[in-house]
Design a protein around this ligand. Structure first.
Ligand code: N01
Length: 534
């Protein structure tokens, strides 16, 4: 059986950087396994029409560890498309010569810790085995597709696609009656594109969503150059400002009049991106009154956009804006003014059943040729549970996480020595720029491995006490905000039966400072074991 210093599962942003850092900077032997046919992780799978980075995007949604990469890649638009991000990751894999250590089309189906040998043994779907002292799970926060259990769905005889598992061959909507279920980030991006060529598109909406205008546009050479020449400042700013190089506002809503606030909302709406949420006034995600005012402002914008008042009524969101993942819109609401698009509000008109050629709701029948499920993911914990590693004494992750997703620092799990997660439950994940967050987590794992090596240690493991304290801390941060008051995948509320628990750390910059402190103080909260001589 092949033995490595580290096995990495996944070759998305996090896994690729882990391979580079461990292999080229720490000198470890590393093998990466990925079930996909190429690098890219989420960007390899999510090829649905309209897929784009739905965060303050390029040039910030990219690796930051190498000025060479910053100089060598020209981002064409402010909001990068899926094709562009995937090409970027392929370019990085080639430039850093990463592919030779990645085994594609290979699913890791099992991982077991051997206490005596202080290492992990993985098994693949082909029955191959490999072992390594360290197992790094770069398995993606949004990987396991949520396929809802709707009555009769298996009887539907037409084409079915999930946005998170979109086929590689082109899909034609031409002349077809298409149904989309789901209006989160993926649905909102796909719907305007599908509507352009479908004969008819029916959108089945369970929860109306807020969105802010993306205002995507080409980047100019001057902008790219300005970014490169101030690169160190930008990077420093991203590290200290929650992952993006934008100062967040210090303004207080109470110190402005209603007219001044409204003017500011208008200005930030015109600017587009996330600015209305992060830059209008302090406390949008913790003050009920301020949030209600901004929510109402955005509802007004939706109302103005939609021609038919009844459709506009159905599209009105009624949760606290920002407490579900904020979506950047490229023409979603306007799509409902097209004659070939209709909206079914599942709160008023639930699905009774699928038939081979239709969706039957309690109010009528919708003949369809194609079903697009934009129904999201078993987020954050799902990809780890799909592997279900077995830790000390054979304890499985499914047993360990049956009631709570306990982790220490969102990166390690008590009872699972030498196992590390990138973007695990309790890490900032999507609340920080993911490529930069991944890099910083990998660097911390690297420090941990170097610490073990230099001290002659064979294993490291979080204590249960550290885990409990960590969980209390992240839940405490979330409870000071409006997030827990909205059902969302942040709380696992989208998956029936999933434990309800806030899955992310909301203060990314503080989180990464904390990781550094833990490493600086010799990994407080962890126990270590000397290398067992065999
Ligand atoms: O998934 P979602 P997503 N019957 O869970 C509905 C990232 N992302 O794939 O709101 C009917 O947000 C569900 O309804 P409700 C981003 O972080 C990034 O869109 O639960 N409807 C909702 O409308 C994002 O947040 C990018 O009531 C059902 C939708 O399906 C995350 O991925 C692009 C249902 C699911 O929305 C997930 O986004 C896209 C059912 N049984 C996504 N079950 C980029 O950066 C679920 N729904 C490019």
């Amino acid at each position: 059986m092949a033995h490595y210093d580290a096995i990495v599962i996944g070759s998305g942003f996090g896994g690729l950087y882990a391979l580079h850092h461990f292999r080229d900077e720490l000198g470890l032997s590393v093998r990466v396994f990925d079930g996909a046919g190429g690098v890219g992780g989420t960007w390899w799978y999510n090829r649905y029409p309209g897929a784009r980075v739905d965060a303050p995007s390029t040039p910030f949604y990219a690796y930051t560890f190498s000025k060479d990469l910053v100089d060598a890649w020209d981002w064409p638009e402010t909001q990068a498309s899926q094709e562009t991000v995937l090409s970027y990751l392929e370019f990085v894999a080639d430039r850093l010569n990463l592919r030779k250590d990645i085994q594609f089309n290979t699913w890791v189906t099992d991982a077991r810790y051997d206490d005596g040998a202080q290492h992990w043994t993985i098994e693949t779907h082909r029955g191959e085995q490999a072992s390594a002292q360290f197992l790094i799970c770069a398995t993606g926060a949004l990987f396991v597709a949520n396929r809802p259990d709707i009555p009769g769905i298996d009887d539907f005889a037409g084409e079915i696609y999930h946005t998170g598992r979109w086929p590689h061959d082109p899909i034609s909507f031409e002349g077809k009656n298409v149904a989309v279920i789901g209006t989160g980030s993926s649905g909102m991006q796909a719907i305007p594109e599908i509507a352009k060529t479908a004969k008819h598109l029916t959108v089945f909406q369970r929860t109306p969503q807020f969105a802010l205008p993306a205002r995507n546009r080409p980047l100019t050479d001057e902008e790219r150059e300005a970014f490169r020449s101030n690169w160190e400042d930008h990077r420093g700013s991203m590290i200290h400002r929650g992952g993006w190089p934008f100062a967040t506002t210090k303004l207080r809503a109470k110190e402005a009049t209603a007219e001044e606030r409204h003017r500011r909302y208008q200005q930030l709406w015109a600017e587009g991106g996330m600015h209305l949420i992060i830059n209008s006034y302090r406390g949008v995600l913790s003050s009920e009154d301020l949030n209600n005012e901004i929510s109402e402002f955005v509802r007004g914008k939706i109302r103005e956009t939609i021609d038919d008042p009844e459709t506009a009524r159905k599209l009105m969101p009624n949760y606290f804006i920002g407490t579900k993942r904020m979506i950047l819109d490229n023409g979603y609401f306007e799509t409902f003014n097209r004659p070939n698009v209709s909206l079914v509000d599942l709160r008023e008109e639930p699905i009774e059943t699928f038939t081979p050629g239709s969706i039957r709701t309690y109010d009528g029948e919708h003949p369809i040729d194609m079903l697009v499920l934009a129904t999201g993911f078993d987020a954050v914990s799902g990809s780890m549970l799909a592997i279900n590693p077995k830790g000390r004494d054979g304890l499985s992750l499914k047993e360990k996480w049956a009631e709570r997703f306990e982790t220490c620092l969102g990166a390690t799990i008590a009872g699972f020595p030498n196992l590390f997660m990138i973007h695990g439950p309790g890490s900032p994940g999507v609340f920080f720029t993911m490529p930069l967050g991944g890099e910083r987590t990998v660097n911390w794992i690297g420090r941990c491995i170097s610490h073990l090596r230099s001290e002659g240690l064979g294993a490291i493991e979080a204590t249960s006490t550290a885990e409990t304290l960590w969980n209390d801390e992240i839940q405490g941060i979330a409870e000071r905000t409006l997030y827990p008051r909205t059902d969302s995948w942040y709380l696992g509320a989208n998956i029936p039966g999933k434990p309800r628990q806030f899955l992310g750390h909301l203060m990314g910059s503080q989180y990464f400072k904390r990781l550094t402190e833990v490493a600086d103080t010799g990994f407080e909260g962890f126990v270590t074991e000397a290398v067992r001589h065999r």
